[in-house]
Design a protein around this ligand. Sequence first.
Ligand SMILES: *Cc1c(COP(=O)(O)O)cnc(C)c1O
Ligand code: SF4
Length: 497
Amino acid sequence: MGIAESRGHEPAVLVREGGARVRDLAPGLVGVPGLESVLDTPVPAAIKPAAAPAQLRHREFDDSEFWRAIPGYANLSRDAFLDFKFQNKHSVTSVDQLEKVLGSLASPAFIADVRAGMAKAPMNLRLSPYTVSRMDWSDPYADPIRIQFVPVASLQIPDHPRLTLDSLHEQSDAPTPGLTHRYHDKALFLPLDVCPVYCRFCTRSYAIGGDTDTVSKARLKPNSERWKLGIAYLASRPEIEDVVVSGGDAFMLPAAHLETIGNLLLSIPHIRRIRIATKGPAVAPMKILSDHEWTSALLALVARGRREGKEVCLHTHFNNPSEISGITRDAMRLLFSEGVTVRNQAVMIRGVNDSPATMTELVRRLGYMNVHPYYVYQHDMVSQVEDMRTTVATTAEVERHVRGSTAGFNTPTFVVDAPGGGGKRAVHSFDHYDRVTGISVYRSPAVHADEAYLYFDPVDLLPEEGQALWADPARHQPMIDAAVEAAGLSHLKIVSG
Ligand SMILES: *Cc1c(COP(=O)(O)O)cnc(C)c1O
Ligand code: SF4
């Protein structure tokens, strides 16, 4: 039957007919030190078909000089492109600069579309040369990196009627500007308001990245007096064990400031875990390889933490496999070799990673680099980015496919950060979800036992019946009341955005 039986001291095993050996089936292993003793072992019969090449794509890292395809970077050597100072100094911060760098790659119609998109955007434009180079400019409308960072007017759709600017209520949970204390034992410390790129979908568009035509921002300038107030609050609250240093982005903190803040936090005895949050590895991974001062500061904090029984780790934000190149792999390898734990927090974004295949590839690629996929967030309700949101049903469906596709510890938790300050809820844990109206109802007993929270799917992705309901403002409140009642939560205070 194509299979021969072999009997020895071991229990019977089925081996391939013809006695194929490791050296025949995996010739690439011949000559690999340490494997000599297994090369002539017969290989047990296959139960599963061999993996299709697409299932191994997550192991392919772009090691080419891909930036040379961009006219503005065509003459840059590898060393010049890998210089973090170049990436910072030559960040693209206006449509004019983008047009210049892209030259003939961008059509005048596309540039005009971006110009019109910027006029309505809540975030300014900021792109590292690395980010510009990772986009596919032959089809910018569909490119998953373009979607995240460069708005185009032609794809903008109206906001959901229930949307507000600081939908997570980070400012109302802030005892002092730049410090949010929502959960019992953890706090969010925001020492600055700049990032190496600006994401269109930033939840903190109330503060990050400078005023735009549509939003004038709360100020979180790097400021040691304000930092001191944040540290003073943390020092006064013995229940806080866990601090997320975010922003803004720790990549933009000079090494000395990173060390100062990290060391102050490590000196507070009750603080046991510090996460340094940065989008940096996704948009300028070379900094970890070439900014020795900054990387040394990070490694010194991690080492001090370990000596003192505390964890200092890095949280980053990859959303699509194409953001990850050979440079990223080398940077993550360096951090891994120094014992730095890196975790990823992705956002589910329409056209970026809202399919099982793309999310699975992202999760596997992260795992391959020893970056732990930690969270995938349902897109927050943020103004002017309705085209980026997906439904709760989509997120739940992607989760079903991803879970089981790789190691459990490399499987992210898919969460909705409940609008109105409820905190993160597992996407499947709603008390009620109506796919027609797109309303989901969540509780968060550990944060506010007396409240229930509502999330609203984007209207344009609802069935026609749901779209018609939202087109009539008189129907909004009755729809919401019906969802809360169906959840059996009419006795709770209802919070939405
Ligand atoms: C996400 C978040 C944290 C950290 O939460 P984890 O679930 O532990 O990752 C802390 N504070 C605030 C306000 C947050 O939004
Ligand atoms: S890196 Fe983070 S804080 Fe900065 S713009 Fe992007 S989402 Fe916002």
